[in-house]
Write a protein that binds this ligand. Structure first.
Ligand code: SF4
Ligand code: SF4
Length: 179
């Protein structure tokens, strides 16, 4: 059994009804993660994307979750309050079937890091409509479990993209954190 340690779990609660599709969250997220920091903004690089169907008054902010090596076989369609949402509208995965949550130059998966190093996630701060609300809770986790998760994730990435591409991407990410 590994040692237990306390971990703060951060969650962004999304209130779809409050989102007006302004895309400020995409702008600040991509700027924060640019290298050097704030040197550019490009929503295609954002780790939050607003799935938009303006004619149907649909705006769904979704932040990037885990990398999925394969498309899922079954998908859902939701109708909520009379609005019909596309399949995948609520999905956070960086997956082969869509362009969202991939670094446009390298195609490597993007994942929300909760704006590591900042007091508050910047998309939450910049959302003036309270569509994004930060929630925090404390949990005990096994140190070994964390390492195992990391190993599985890295192995999957190396298999798909090759170790060199993964290493290059990590180097680029660490440069952007220094910037
Ligand atoms: S900043 Fe808030 S209101 Fe604007 S698109 Fe993002 S989630 Fe929606
Ligand atoms: S918390 Fe930070 S990294 Fe995550 S989606 Fe929001 S701005 Fe991007």
């Amino acid at each position: 059994m590994g040692e237990k340690k306390k971990k703060i779990i951060k969650t962004i609660k999304i209130d779809v009804d409050n989102c007006n599709g302004c895309r400020a969250c995409e702008v600040i997220c991509s700027a924060f993660h640019a290298a050097p920091k704030y040197s550019s903004n490009n929503p295609a690089r954002a780790r939050i994307r607003v799935i938009r169907q303006p004619l149907a008054d649909i705006y769904v902010p979704v932040y990037a979750g885990d990398y999925a090596p394969a498309e899922c076989a079954g998908r859902e369609k939701y109708t909520i309050d009379g609005k019909e949402y596309d399949e995948c509208a609520f999905c956070k995965a960086s997956c082969p079937s869509r362009d969202e949550f991939k670094e446009p130059d390298s195609d490597l998966p993007l994942k929300c890091d909760m704006c590591e190093g900042e007091d508050e996630p910047l998309c939450v701060k910049w959302c003036l409509n309270d569509a994004l609300i930060l929630e925090e809770r404390e949990e005990e986790v096994e140190e070994e479990e964390e390492q195992e998760e990391l190993d599985i994730g890295l192995e999957a990435l190396a298999k798909k993209y090759g170790m060199q591409k993964v290493m290059d991407s990590i180097a680029r990410m660490s440069m952007s954190k220094k910037g």
